[in-house]
Design a protein around this ligand. Sequence first.
Ligand code: 5CU
Length: 376
Amino acid sequence: MKSTLIDVHTHIYPPAYLRLLRSRKQVPYLLDLPNHEGDEDSTHSDSPSPRLIILPSDNDQRIPPAKRGRPLDSGYSSVPEILEFMDVHGIGKSILSLANPWLDFLPASEGPKWALTINQELEEVCASSEGRLYTFGALPLSAPPPQICEAIQSLGGSPHVKGVIIGTSGLGQGLDDPALEEVYATLQQSQTLVFLHPHYGLPSTVYGPRAHESGHVLHLSLGFPLETTISFTRMYVSGVFDRFPRLKILIAHAGATIPFLAGRISSCIEHERLYHDMDGTRVGGPERSLQEVLTTNVWVDAVVYSASAVQAAADVVGRDRVLFGTDHPFFPPLKAGAEEWMSVKTNVQAVREAFEKAEVVDGILGGNATKLLDLP
Ligand code: 5CU
């Protein structure tokens, strides 16, 4: 297959990170299974794969251990398997990012050294990939802002780093936290692309007492995109993009529900009494329009599994600001032995179905990423 696709959304747990998870007993951690609890999902080994317990809901004691979280097979960390996955799906280049929950859970004193270790491992993997792998670096977000800024600056020296990945919690208070100003200033000044990705979802109470019966469905399909939507909207209404108008942000999962809700968000701002005086003159709230921010600061991936959704996202942010992604190693085929991943095929087809013009399809499947990330 011709390898022309560029995958901007593909995750990895490098060996150092797996060692970190293995050393822990609280979420996130690896749950080893005794042999008799054999994991039917695992297709890679005779002994049961440990379970990857990363989401708070994964730790639900009502779920049997062999079904908790997901099986950690080698696809989560093996670079040869990633390259093979790329070959099977015609992916020429991939941008690897550390998967959730990144380094968010570490004590402040440990974040920077782990960020350094993980980012070095990722840079080495990419450097020996003959131009096929690049990376979004991880940030030690639990550390004090000056150390986060130092980490951003040190990534500038790594030739394969194309930006950073962050979750929605920031320093613990979200991405509208004034304490992040120094970090945003550094990101803007260095023109570092920020890949915004969810992990925390919504408070578990919203899913009701039967949530454990549907596994990850509610959390991943609704919690993830709503978390991203809320996080980005908080950044916008708090004026982050007014103060840092050259910030560059790539929003996961086709911009979550932001493209769909952009009009409503803008209308709520236009009707917010706190933002207007008695004459109706604007006295507060974000200065730049959401439309302007979405078409100048924002890019989105195309991981949305639907032609109409990817089209809607492109209508709002611009067709040249949508970038193909796979979300590997999440959403693997559940059928043993399947080579092609339905999740990947669905996303490629959605792009081909949504747009008639070959140049738009080619842009989304690879050209836009080449330009944004300055890929060879
Ligand atoms: O949908 C996704 O992006 C993911 C992810 O990145 N991590 C995860 O735990 N589940 C789904």
